[in-house]
Design a protein around this ligand. Structure first.
Ligand code: PSV
Ligand code: MN
Ligand code: MN
Length: 401
């Protein structure tokens, strides 16, 4: 099968096949700077040779992911982990590596002051400190050309009665409004939710509904971030995707996969069928295009697998799920749905999912001058051995830095 002569979608016209190829070629995925540093569980962090010592080296590694996949042109930063003296210079360096700066992530989870909350804290002093951190992040966005301020709020409570649930929501709404007011006209606030952890009784933004309500109150440049690892088991994530798209408020994905909790494993590793179902909601609702406003980001921590290859694998998994979703025969599916043909509709869906799209993607890469197998090509390049020699003796940047 070739990119121009795919038989994956039986009976599909040459035009439809060309559309699939064009959509895949236009897809982009953002990688997180923190995926390149050492990270682990609370039990052990396994060190990897050649791990970046500063944000510059993280961007160099991210540049490799883009070089071999051709679809990872942006890198999310995390402040203060990626703090530097000169952000114009960092943005210039990113450009030299073939990438640009994506979302700026704030950090509200590593400061002693935030034990009982940050943007929701009962103390006006501590809320003001948390708001000021975001104003600093917005300055960094201006210097680096970043569009999105990403907030994951770790606030919550551990015990019933510990604090007022609604009082905390009021304080959160006020803090968010101050941050939103500081954004430029071309900047967005993207707001993540997570059902538990670090707190166990309540989280202040536990679900997409809470995030959406805050976004609606803030204004049209406030959007929800859906982290695929932040849901209770068996949650129908594609349903949430469809709802947020209907509301025009799906701002971004944090892609990863989970077996038990917020595992941050490679996306598509635990449940490739779920990833396909999610991507089908995206492709069938016209949300894949760059101008859809949905940013496709990875949020992963590679503990035992090599980091750059781990990012490449995740990107390939998303590409495969996207290709399969694009191969669903929309016309035939609609006809089956309208006719009440339950089994026929499901078969059409499963036919697309069960298609081996790897040859199609290899052909698309070859047509772009990329190696058909990006992981093999990257591994053969010797980059890891080269940076391991150059970066000897440093301490890694990132978590805890
Ligand atoms: C913590 O749960 C978390 O994994 C969130 O998903 C954030 O997006 C990420 O860390 C980076 O702050
Ligand atoms: Mn996340
Ligand atoms: Mn998470």
């Amino acid at each position: 099968m070739t990119a121009t002569d795919t038989t994956a979608r039986g009976g599909a016209s040459a035009d439809a096949r060309a559309d699939v190829v064009a959509a895949l070629r236009a897809q982009t995925i953002e990688v997180p700077s923190w995926a390149f540093g050492n990270s682990g569980t609370r039990f052990k962090v396994f060190p990897h040779a050649g791990v970046p010592r500063d944000p510059y080296e993280k961007l160099a590694d991210a540049g490799q992911v883009n070089l071999y996949t051709g679809i990872a042109p942006r890198v999310s930063l995390h402040i203060p982990w990626d703090k530097v003296e000169d952000y114009d210079d960092l943005a210039r360096h990113a450009k030299e590596q073939g990438v640009s700066i994506g979302a700026i992530n704030s950090n509200l989870f590593q400061d002693d002051d935030y034990m009982l909350g940050s943007l929701t804290h009962a103390s006006p002093r501590i809320r003001a400190k948390a708001v000021a951190h975001h104003l600093e992040c917005i300055e960094i966005m201006r210097a680096t050309g970043s569009r999105d301020l990403k907030i994951w709020l770790p606030d919550g409570t551990n015990y019933p009665g510990q604090d007022s649930i609604s009082g905390r929501q009021d304080r959160l709404a006020e803090s968010l409004a101050e941050i939103y007011a500081a954004l430029g006209a071309d900047q967005r606030l993207i707001l993540e939710y997570k059902f538990f952890e670090p707190y166990t009784y309540t989280m202040d933004i536990p679900d997409w509904g809470t995030s959406l309500l805050h976004c609606l109150a803030l204004g049209e440049r406030a959007m929800v971030v859906l982290d695929t690892g932040h849901h209770a088991p068996n949650t129908n994530i594609e349903f949430i995707v469809a709802q947020l798209l209907r509301a025009g408020r799906l701002g971004a994905f944090d892609f990863n996969s989970r077996f038990y909790a917020d595992d941050d494993m490679m996306v598509g590793a635990a449940d490739p069928f779920q990833l396909f179902r999610i991507m089908y909601e995206i492709t069938s609702n016209g949300a894949l295009a760059a101008d859809s406003g949905v940013s496709f980001m990875l949020d992963q921590n590679h503990n035992i697998e090599p980091k750059i290859q781990g990012q490449i694998r995740s990107i390939m998994n998303i590409q495969e799920a996207t290709a399969k979703a694009l191969l669903v025969d929309a016309e035939a599916l609609l006809a089956a749905q309208l006719a009440g043909d339950v089994l026929g509709a499901n078969s059409l869906f499963m036919d697309a999912y069960n298609t081996d799209v790897r040859p199609l993607l290899a052909d698309i890469r070859a047509a772009q001058g990329l190696a058909p197998d990006p992981i093999a090509a990257f591994t053969a390049s010797g980059y890891v051995a080269k940076v391991a020699a150059e970066r000897v003796g440093g301490t890694q940047a990132g978590w805890g830095a």
